[in-house]
Design a protein around this ligand. Structure first.
Ligand SMILES: [Zn+2]
Length: 344
């Protein structure tokens, strides 16, 4: 980063290979996701307020271990790994209680330390997880920040299980497609709501029982009510769009759970407190995921043959185009930056 602002502050430049600490591994990066958190990092927003010039973003790289620190016993050179973005302290009250997603000192690879928009990245060995054989590096990067987050929302926050009906908004986004598949795996009926017909159609392929294109049918609550007459048990809200929020609210069933993990389409919504106490609905926020959710999600993903869709792989040098693609109306899943190495 040569400044603070939009993707134009990123420059492709030569940097030193990172030093590897005793408890770290050095990963030769093959693929890394393009995430909205990278945009926040470049603008120094939220968690990224301390980011300095020269920083390398990229939270979820996947690649091959090429060096291990002196104290590392759980990883070896040559292993294919995907990086879990979240680093928790392990000692605060949240961490010791199993809620390391809420750690007081929560840090992200690519935000609080150099990330994966580079040929090499050094990460704590505990954050480097072996990739199942069937998975490509691009798919592993697409998995890393979306499936654990989705599982965390569905299971820990909303306690979704057999017999529930789950509405996923922004269902064709990376977290959305993960939530659709994980909710099906947990035994729920799933309604996928996405912003175009192409996106909605794709969600049926990920197992959704009903797909709604709210780009052409912005008032979709009635359609949801026809499908689930007693209302929705849980909504995974990934957009923060005020016009969607109105529809979500009017589809919720008694004691339903709305779990919010995104606000990139506005983030300011109206809330009728009379409605809230009458329906006994709960609204909770969720960000990041626990280490346990990551491990669990990776195992489930692999066992169930889930799909981490990659919208496209863009060479690292074309990172500006990759960020443009984030806003593509028909994007399904993750935009991934791929490493193109010209010398052996
Ligand atoms: Zn902690």
């Amino acid at each position: 980063m040569s400044g603070f602002g939009g993707p134009e502050v990123l420059d492709l430049t030569e940097v030193a290979v990172p030093d590897v600490g005793p408890h770290e591994v050095l990963v030769e990066v093959e693929a890394v996701g393009v995430n909205r958190i990278d945009l926040a990092t470049m603008r120094r927003e939220g968690l990224a307020h301390g980011v300095q010039l020269g920083h390398v973003p990229g939270i979820d790289p996947a690649g091959t271990v090429v060096e291990v620190g002196d104290s590392v016993i759980d990883r070896r050179v040559g292993e294919r790994v995907v990086v879990r973005p979240v680093i928790a302290c392990g000692t605060c009250v949240w961490c010791t209680d199993g809620h390391d997603d809420s750690c007081d000192s929560l840090a992200y690879v690519g935000v609080h330390r150099p990330g994966g928009f580079a040929e090499f990245v050094a990460v704590p060995s505990d954050n480097a997880h072996p990739i199942p054989e069937a998975l490509t590096f691009a798919e592993a990067a697409a998995f890393s920040h979306s499936f654990p987050v989705a599982l965390q929302m569905l299971r820990e926050r909303a306690q979704v299980g057999e017999g529930d009906t789950v509405l996923v908004t922004g269902a064709a986004g990376a977290v959305g497609v993960a939530a659709v598949q994980m909710a099906k795996h947990l035994g729920a009926r799933v309604i996928a709501a996405a912003g175009s017909s192409v996106r909605a159609e794709r969600c049926l392929g990920f197992g959704a029982d009903l797909a709604i294109d709210y780009g052409s049918r912005p008032r979709f609550a009635e359609e949801v009510r026809d499908f689930a007459p007693t209302g929705i048990s849980a909504c995974i809200e990934t957009t923060g769009a005020p016009h969607l929020w109105e529809q979500v609210v009017s589809t919720m069933g008694k004691r339903g759970q709305i779990v919010v993990c995104g606000a990139h389409v506005g983030g300011q919504v109206a809330l009728d407190l009379f409605w809230l106490f009458r329906t006994r609905v709960s609204i909770t926020g969720s960000a990041a995921s626990t280490r346990a959710a990551f491990v669990n999600a990776l195992a489930t993903f692999s066992e169930q043959g889930m799909i981490a869709p990659v919208h496209c792989v863009v060479p690292l040098a074309e990172f500006h185009r990759a960020f443009d693609l984030l806003g593509n109306r028909d994007r399904v899943g993750k935009v991934v930056l791929g490493m193109v190495r010209t010398s052996a």
